[in-house]
Design a protein around this ligand. Structure first.
Ligand SMILES: [Zn+2]
Length: 285
């Protein structure tokens, strides 16, 4: 199968492999055919050596279940990324992310979605409603991370929140905050992205315009790329936010690459101010 393999020929190497072995799912796993994947900052960190990962990265994806239990067979799904063995007592996502041993799709000890196929535990899969497109569904994982911000820092409708960074994560966090009824202002440097945010009704300011008079109750830092450390996944609320169109994601897609141009896609995602880059096995639809 086609796969994008990183670090196999030494740190930083990215190769497109046309003949990578199709994964053989264990009895508690399903075989997934990747429809669309997206590149996030964690993938870029992985190529730079984060987690010492060698293999196929990719943890933001939507796939079709090609082999698995009846309730999932032939269905479109997204997957929680933390995987534990079926006899682990960790069942909910919170305990799974601390369980040991565990693997993390495309990040730790398990190949990910920058390939035609991947294997994942059946219990990790969540059905994607028909009203959510593939291009939207790839945002479930990062949106779940954005939802986590509010869980860690409860806000009220009076809260004034600044979201630092108008990149891939910042635009999702700001929308989740707005959905919670509070005022969120995206503070960034990239004029184009700030303009895009304003066109979607989000408050956005250039960081150069801020002064000491600007007071916020909460500042959410979304400029870094440490999201791989925050592996919490709360897919159900993220899927609902997309299904009810309470968060919009399509305008934040920058471009789509065929998997064979994966190295180019990762380079594009590493550009400052870059938005979402998608990878499609088999080519661009
Ligand atoms: Zn990610």
């Amino acid at each position: 199968m086609q796969a994008l393999v990183v670090n196999r020929r030494g740190p930083g190497s990215i190769e497109f492999d046309e003949h990578f072995a199709v994964p053989e799912p264990a009895s508690h796993e399903v075989l997934l055919r990747v429809r669309l994947a997206s590149v996030c900052s964690t993938d870029l960190e992985i190529v730079r050596g984060y987690m010492g990962f060698v293999g196929v990265p990719g943890h933001e994806f939507v796939a079709t279940v090609e082999r698995g239990p009846d309730r999932l067979l032939g269905k479109r799904v997204v997957a929680e990324i933390n995987c534990v063995s079926p006899d682990s007592p960790a069942r909910d996502e919170d305990s799974r992310k601390h369980a040991w041993p565990r693997t993390v799709i495309g990040i730790l000890g398990r190949d990910g979605a920058f390939a035609e196929w991947l294997a994942a535990p059946a219990e990790n899969c969540h059905l994607v409603p028909d009203s959510i497109s593939d291009r939207e569904a790839v945002f479930v994982e990062p949106l779940a991370a954005a939802v986590q911000v509010l869980r860690d820092h409860p806000i009220t409708p009076d809260s004034r929140v600044a979201v630092l960074g108008s990149g891939r994560l910042g635009v999702l966090v700001a929308q989740v905050i707005r959905d919670a009824g509070a005022a969120a202002c995206i503070v960034g440097r990239n004029a184009e992205t700030l303009a895009l945010c304003r066109s979607l009704g989000l408050a956005a300011r250039n960081i150069a315009e801020l002064d000491a008079a600007d007071v916020y109750d909460l500042i959410v830092e979304c400029t870094g790329s440490a999201d791989g450390l925050r592996l919490a996944m709360r897919h159900e609320p993220a899927i609902e936010l997309l299904r009810q169109r309470r968060v919009v994601v399509e305008p934040f897609i920058q471009s789509e690459f065929p998997l064979r141009n994966g190295a180019e896609a990762l380079a594009a995602a590493a550009q400052p101010g870059g938005l979402k880059i998608l990878l499609r096995p088999g080519g661009v639809a």
